[in-house]
Design a protein around this ligand. Sequence first.
Ligand SMILES: Cc1cc2nc3c(=O)[nH]c(=O)nc-3n(C[C@H](O)[C@H](O)[C@H](O)COP(=O)(O)OP(=O)(O)OC[C@H]3O[C@@H](n4cnc5c(N)ncnc54)[C@H](O)[C@@H]3O)c2cc1C
Length: 386
Amino acid sequence: MTDEEFRYLVRDWLAKHLTGDFAGLRGVGGPGREHESFEQRLAFDRELHEAGWTPLSWPREHGGRGASIEQQLIFHEEYARADAPGRVSHMGEQLLGPTLIEFGTAEQQRRFLPPIATVTELWCQGFSEPGAGSDLASLSTSARLDGGHWRLSGQKVWTSLAHVADWCFVLARTEPDSKRSAGLSMLLVPMRQPGITVRPIRQLTGTSEFNEVFFDGARTDADLVLGQPGDGWRVARFLLGVERGTAVFGQLISYRRELDDLVAHAKRTGAAKDPLLRDRLARAWLGLEVLRSYALATVAGEADSGVGPSVMKLLWSRWHKSLGELAIEVRGATAMVAQEAPYELDSWQRLYLFSRADTIYGGSDEIQLGIIAGRALGLLPSGSKP
Ligand SMILES: Cc1cc2nc3c(=O)[nH]c(=O)nc-3n(C[C@H](O)[C@H](O)[C@H](O)COP(=O)(O)OP(=O)(O)OC[C@H]3O[C@@H](n4cnc5c(N)ncnc54)[C@H](O)[C@@H]3O)c2cc1C
């Protein structure tokens, strides 16, 4: 099948399936909107799998579609172009799945990959703690072997979708008195058990997508450690390094739609007559062109300086955050109030507030700049040996 035929196939399937019960899912879900139509989005995710689209990038022998890079790019573009709903299973499919394929035992792969693929088990990521975010190696949640089980105690925070997850991949300290990145293990922990308490965190947007998660003697089987016990840092680094990859192209199409809507609004309301706003809208357009060019160069291997993912993360997070700020200025004073009961935020207000998080999660801007300074420029932090 040619890439053009593949594109037509995706487009046609989405057009036929975003109808009937799923018609209302267009544009629903995604960051800042995870609470929307959750059950229907779950059903749509399952439909995607049944039709053989997902998991898109997993090899066929592990139950994936085995799509080429070009096909993945096309799929994400068409998915975003169709305004298809935010996926609910991305943590399992895009983060844990590839890590299980790399480090999992045959038994772990048999147990966990199929329910991720069929979207019958949802996962969350238990890394950050109140005292360990950017500096993840300082984490203190501990796990000890007790008979045939690990017993966990400690606290995670900002755990996205923990309130709907069946399982959590938890980075925990399994060797007492170990320091920093030594003595950590990646444990696969069932969420629905008495030793786990999930407490939602209310966000700036008024919704609760992430949580505090407390482990108080929570248990998981002794063999549910991914990779070797004590080697969790290597496994976690692999998982964190699973790039957004081709999914970024779908993200860029959504950004284009947001910008187009904002430009249309500016024309309609006369805001575009303001020379300063015209200038900023033009800069936003330019920024998006740069983003797309860099993303294409990265996929083509032309931007390989070992810092490609950091550059991409910085470019898109800054661009999106400034689009949120621009949207509020284009809207003017009316953007400051929620319209009417039940006083939900409109899409621009939500964009402005939620995009504040873009420069924090997935590695903050400052952390990405540190990586670029070290790897691309050879500027080592003070105290490190040359
Ligand atoms: C929307 C959202 C969803 C998230 N989902 C999850 C999830 O599902 N699972 C999970 O485990 N975590 C999740 N996180 C947590 C996220 O990974 C952390 O917020 C992030 O790693 C930053 O850690 P921190 O919040 O502790 O901030 P800190 O690390 O305390 O940073 C505070 C500030 O100091 C700066 N800083 C820190 N270290 C340095 C340094 N060395 N040099 C220069 N500046 C520095 C940072 O850039 C930041 O500005 C999520 C966060 C958000 C916002």
